[in-house]
Design a binder for this molecule. Structure first.
Ligand code: AMP
Length: 442
């Protein structure tokens, strides 16, 4: 199938061709005709499947098929995303695919000054890509009117619910006109998603491009059983020994991200930390440095890493396993994007074995273990349950309340110095462990 078979306009086909895309991805092939036909959609699509173009292209075309409204233009397309990074990324996609079309789009998210957003909205805009909190702020300030929205997209709906946005989402939906097209995208299907879908969608077409709750098939997954205190050294070794040029490392807490970044810089690895306490400027800078190859490693918490889109990211490392098994799917979805091969490595301490058990239950398979990591041999007992003796570090990934989620989203401020790259382009190899045999026992 070609893009030209999907009924897209010449302007959109040109924009797609300029991106160098040859053929539509499965989600695009399935979603584009259905959205063009005006149907509601429930799409189970992992990140990296090309889902953003899957809804952006047909929505732009639907706008194109209508007369251009008088200024100030009313908002006709509303796209909600869980994080500012994703909002920015979807906004960039709208601009990229809509570059030959006469539409205005704005990205609306917290953590930055509200004034420029107000000024832009006053001029009128056809498409708004927003995070829920700032959108509601702007509505309360009467800077935004949703009564003319014709197309509503809930992107990464599962993450929205995880982050405690359900009440905000309901408030926003209540402000939309009754007659509209709704598109819901979610990587995983918790029962709450089905409930939300039932309320939001009218006779939806269901599209699923990957097995539900299945991790990307193109990702090679591997577990390194290792003591917590040896994780940093092992990571530095893997980066140096494998001559990795680009690795996204997930840690559980903001503090853990800063600490690991500082330690890796001492190991001679160019890296930066990315988390919710960083200012928006520092977050954007860290991402740009990572994308351009200026830094090798990006050390991120789940929320900050949401929406990171880097073509063919080769390595993802779980320095800490996520507290919620579904996050593992999201994390490793950062690699092996749009059909490219990737490798996801998890460094697992025995105390995290119960988290691994939950992940493997979700995936319905065992992830191969490296038999000899070169460090002290440890056993991961996935039947043991959560250890009772030690308190688990507080999860930075799952704010318990909406307030907590918002606090993480909106707080801007101190940007540690850990996002300064290390001094050398290449990293010195860290001390080699006593013996190494990184062959997985498969
Ligand atoms: P997404 O799942 O929307 O985050 O997209 C994942 C990546 O796939 C992005 O980097 C897109 O630029 C890329 N992409 C989207 N559509 C295609 C396509 N048809 N062919 C190749 N790459 C694509």
């Amino acid at each position: 199938m070609q893009f030209s078979d999907l009924g897209l306009s010449e302007q959109l086909l040109n924009a797609v061709a300029e991106q160098g895309y040859q053929t539509p991805t499965p989600i695009q092939a399935q979603a584009i005709p259905v959205i063009l036909a005006g149907r509601d959609v429930l799409a189970g699509a992992q990140t990296g499947t090309g889902k953003t173009a899957g809804f952006t292209l047909p929505l732009l075309q639907l706008l194109q098929q209508q007369p251009i409204p008088r200024r100030p233009r009313p908002v006709r397309v509303l796209i909600l995303t869980p994080t500012r990074e994703l909002a920015l990324q979807v906004f960039e996609s709208v601009q990229t695919y809509g570059k030959h079309l006469p539409f205005f789009a704005e990205a609306i998210f917290g953590g930055v000054s509200i004034k420029p957003q107000i000024q832009k909205l006053e001029r009128g805009t056809d498409i708004v890509v927003a995070t829920p909190g700032r959108l509601l702020d702007l509505i309360q300030q009467k800077c935004l009117d949703l009564r003319h929205v014709e197309h509503f997209v809930l992107d990464e709906a599962d993450r929205m619910l995880d982050m405690g946005f359900i009440r905000d989402i309901r408030k926003i939906i209540a402000l939309l006109p009754a007659s509209r097209q709704n598109l819901l995208f979610s990587a995983t299907y918790a029962p709450e998603i089905s409930e939300l879908a039932g309320q939001l969608l009218h006779d939806p077409v269901e599209i699923s491009v990957a097995r539900r709750n299945a991790a990307a098939d193109t990702v090679d997954q591997l577990i390194y059983p290792v003591k917590r205190e040896q994780k940093r050294e092992l990571l530095a070794y893997l980066i140096g020994d494998g001559n990795w040029q680009q690795v996204l490392v997930f840690v559980r807490t903001k503090h853990g991200a800063d600490r690991l970044a500082k330690q890796l810089i001492k190991d001679g690895i160019r890296c930066a930390a990315l988390h919710g306490d960083k200012s928006q400027g520092a977050r954007i800078r860290a991402l740009e440095q990572f994308k351009s190859g200026e830094i090798t490693a990006l050390i991120a918490t789940d929320i900050a890493a949401r929406g990171i889109d880097i073509d063919q990211l080769p390595h993802v490392v779980n320095f800490d396993l996520p507290q919620v098994a579904e996050d593992y799917v999201h994390r490793i979805g950062r690699t092996g994007r749009a059909g490219a091969e990737g490798r996801a490595i998890s460094l697992v301490d025995p105390e995290e074995a119960y988290l691994l058990a939950a992940i493997e239950k979700l995936l319905k398979r065992q992830i191969p273990r490296v038999a000899d990591t070169g460090y002290d041999r440890v056993t991961l007992d996935v039947t043991a349950g959560k250890p009772k003796t030690k308190a688990q570090p507080q999860a930075a990934t799952k704010p318990k309340s909406k307030t907590a989620a918002r606090a993480g989203q909106h707080r801007a401020g101190r940007s540690g110095n850990s996002d300064k790259p290390g001094s050398g382009r290449s990293h010195s190899r860290p001390a080699r462990p006593a013996k190494r045999s990184p062959n997985p026992s498969r």
